[in-house]
Design a binder for this molecule. Structure first.
Ligand code: BDP
Length: 684
């Protein structure tokens, strides 16, 4: 009951017809003929899952059970006669490099999982385990499944000293005291979790690369290689965040100018050294000229110069550069109402479209600001026609309750993926940009900042595991609904009791809306304590250099980003999106204060005034937070006590903390505006 096993808990399944069906097919020896590490890992996962869910042993070998029923898995050309018999050429052709086919063959009395690659076998075997774990029929399977996104990536913000930037689940399980961990068992379990969620790439160190971490590509390469060896078994490629000033840090070259011949040579040499020990190394993640990190601007070069220099070094080995677009002026003067941080990514990168090498991928945060509970979609999506790009989400709940509040983020990510950018004249949702299909990109995909740490349950809040699992699933297939993903996670973690699942599903699906309702209103964002970013502080960032303002005074609130009177940010969108956001009438309520400065008496599309909306949502949100706790309390006795208790404790904290939010926000706006709550409720 610690939560350590997460979605690999394999809860025991109830007796019944389905149980009998599973036992019939699974009790025999499973047919696996390949010794390959990843296939063997799939076999271990299968045996673990079957033993735990069905209470039976399944041995590996080629022999079917006495009654002839069996399960087989392997690569199409791996020499397994059952796989070769069951999948014909057409079936094989339909399976991409990481996909799989799963088929119940009555002729062969065999459920077969076939794939082109060992990683595909692993994904397929877990797919079958998931079907069983969520009580689905397996007698008539005939599916071909391919991941929609090629790159499905996790970014760790772990530091070598063992701290985790924006980590809310204890410390790093990768490093401690400037040493790599010896606990490869935990890393193996982590890789199991990631691969079964569909992840195939992990950057193991913080994008803010400090002095010692610059040595990951030299002194510490052997340690990096040990982790890569574990990841490889699970189909995961390892990436490293690098410091753009690396050549200077190591004291060999006096500059980091990307056009300097010595610098270029230095990176080429590094790349060769890395690939000598990590032959399938993924590449570099780079945060440059952002929040005081070094970058090409120092030398009067642009970001294409910087990224291409690294790309050239990695190209011979098949590596890629993931270059982040989170570039903005973090020393802004708050007195200047025309400078707008929201504009920055577009202003920096749109002019560079088409200038990047084709093994460069731009990594674009989902919104123009920074992972707020509500933001519009970054206008860079749709604007870059000739550039590989991945979207960056934040699984870590930096601004959404820091894993002390429950906030299931899959619905937010879904909304973003579905947003129609109107590029190419329409029907160009973000999901078709990041999967590479709209512009036909060489590389594409989805990345996210990890929410794991060395807490026994990985994510601090047990329910935050749903975000980690959900991110992987959504990256694999953006067509899955938030409900489906929640249901999968719940049955894999807690078992298949329908009443339990109903309660947990409701909690997850309501949680984002609830969190939004008692925090910063109507898309304006921030209003949190500076630095650690937890808890209410309406003016915490109001007079700061970070470009994060709400501009509330006694008459009104909001950021004017219109073309006529504001920063002009709304014009970064295309066609009717630009018009809609720019228009006070048409702008959706939930983003009103992101785009417009309005009086408190402005009437929303909902029919309420802005001030009454603030009061109402904050009262309701805090009350609904109590409701989450009440709902969870109803599960006592129905789920493992250890799991029950840890969530109860967090929900209790959330319920109390939501009152802090409610009262600070309501009081602030009551005092500023002097306008009474129409419900005459208690405001301080
Ligand atoms: C912000 C975080 C900061 C990160 C930065 C980034 O507050 O810790 O370094 O994003 O993404 O959200 O680089």
């Amino acid at each position: 009951g610690s939560g350590y096993d997460a979605w690999l808990s394999y809860p025991k399944l109830p007796q019944g017809n389905l149980y009998k069906q599973y036992v019939k097919w699974c009790r025999a020896a499973v047919s696996v003929t390949e010794e390959q590490d990843t296939v063997q890992a799939a076999l271990r996962e299968w045996q673990r899952g079957i033993t735990s869910m069905l209470d039976i042993e399944s041995e590996s070998g080629a022999e079917p059970a006495a009654d002839g029923f069996t399960v087989a898995f392997g690569t199409f050309h791996g020499g397994n006669p059952l796989i070769e018999a069951i999948f014909d050429e057409a079936a094989i052709q339909a399976v991409g490099p990481e996909g799989f086919a799963v088929r119940t063959s009555l002729t062969h009395k065999c459920i077969a999982v076939g794939a082109s690659s060992p990683a595909g076998v692993l994904y397929g075997v877990f797919h079958l385990l998931r079907l069983i774990g969520s009580q689905k029929e397996i007698e008539r399977l005939d599916e071909t499944v391919n991941p929609v996104n090629a790159l499905r990536m996790i970014n760790h913000w772990d530091n070598f000293d063992g701290s985790v930037e924006r980590g809310y689940s204890g410390r790093s399980f990768l490093y401690e005291n400037n040493r790599f961990t010896d606990d490869l068992d935990r890393i193996t379990d982590y890789a199991r979790l990631m691969s079964t969620a569909g992840i195939n790439a992990i950057a193991i160190n913080n994008v803010n690369v400090h002095a010692l971490e610059t040595l990951f590509i030299s002194t510490y390469l052997p340690d990096v290689a040990r982790i890569a060896d574990v990841f490889r078994i699970y189909g995961i490629r390892l990436f490293l965040s690098v410091n753009f000033a690396g050549p200077m840090h190591e004291g060999e070259v006096g500059t980091a100018d990307p056009l300097d011949a010595g610098v270029r040579e230095w990176w080429k040499k590094k790349a060769a050294e890395i690939y000598a020990v990590v032959p399938d190394f993924g590449g570099f993640v780079v945060k440059a000229d952002s929040e005081n990190r070094p970058g090409p601007f120092t030398y009067g070069r642009d970001h294409a110069d910087g990224a291409n220099m690294l790309a050239e070094a990695l190209e011979p080995f098949g590596g890629i550069v993931i270059w982040r677009c989170f570039v903005y002026n973090c020393k802004q003067d708050w007195r200047d109402r025309k400078t707008d941080r929201a504009r920055a990514a577009y202003d920096h990168f749109k002019p560079l479209d088409g200038k990047f090498h084709d093994n460069v991928i731009l990594q674009i945060k989902n919104g123009p600001m920074d992972f707020q509970v509500r933001e519009p979609v970054s206008p860079l999506f749709g604007a870059l026609e000739q550039t590989n790009q991945v979207i960056e989400f934040q699984i870590a709940q930096e601004y959404t309750g820091q894993q002390r509040h429950v906030c299931y983020l899959v619905p937010q990510w879904k909304e973003i993926m579905e947003f129609d950018t109107l590029a190419k004249g329409g029907a160009a949702p973000v999901k078709h940009i990041v999967d590479g299909s709209l512009w036909g990109n060489r590389f594409s995909g989805v990345a996210a900042v990890s929410n794991v740490g060395n807490d026994l349950n990985w994510t601090g809040h047990l329910l935050a595991q749903a975000n980690l699992y959900g991110f992987g699933r959504l990256a694999w297939n953006p067509e899955l609904s938030a409900e489906e993903i929640a249901a999968e996670w719940i049955s894999l973690t807690f078992g298949t009791d329908a009443a339990v699942a109903g309660v947990i599903s409701r909690i997850l699906l309501d949680s984002w809306e609830i969190y939004e309702s008692y925090t910063a209103p109507l898309g304006v964002g921030w209003m949190i304590n500076p630095e650690h970013h937890y808890g209410p502080n309406v003016d915490g960032y109001e007079y700061s250099q970070w470009g994060t303002y709400h501009y509330a005074d006694h008459q009104g609130i909001g950021v004017d980003r219109t073309v006529a009177t504001g920063t002009g940010y709304s014009a970064q969108y295309m066609g009717s999106n630009a018009q809609r956001y720019d228009s006070l009438e048409e702008c959706p309520d939930e983003l009103l204060l992101f785009f417009h400065h309005v009086p408190y008496t402005h009437v929303l599309n909902s029919g309420k005034t802005v001030i009454q909306h603030i009061y109402d949502t904050h009262f309701a949100g805090a009350e609904r937070a109590d409701g989450l706790l009440a709902a969870w309390s109803g599960l006592k006795g129905s789920i493992a006590e250890g799991l029950y208790a840890q969530v109860e404790e967090r929900l209790r904290g959330q319920a109390a903390h939501s009152k802090e939010w409610r009262d600070q926000i309501n009081t602030y706006f009551y005092r500023k505006s002097g306008i009474e709550d129409s419900g005459a409720r208690k405001i301080y």
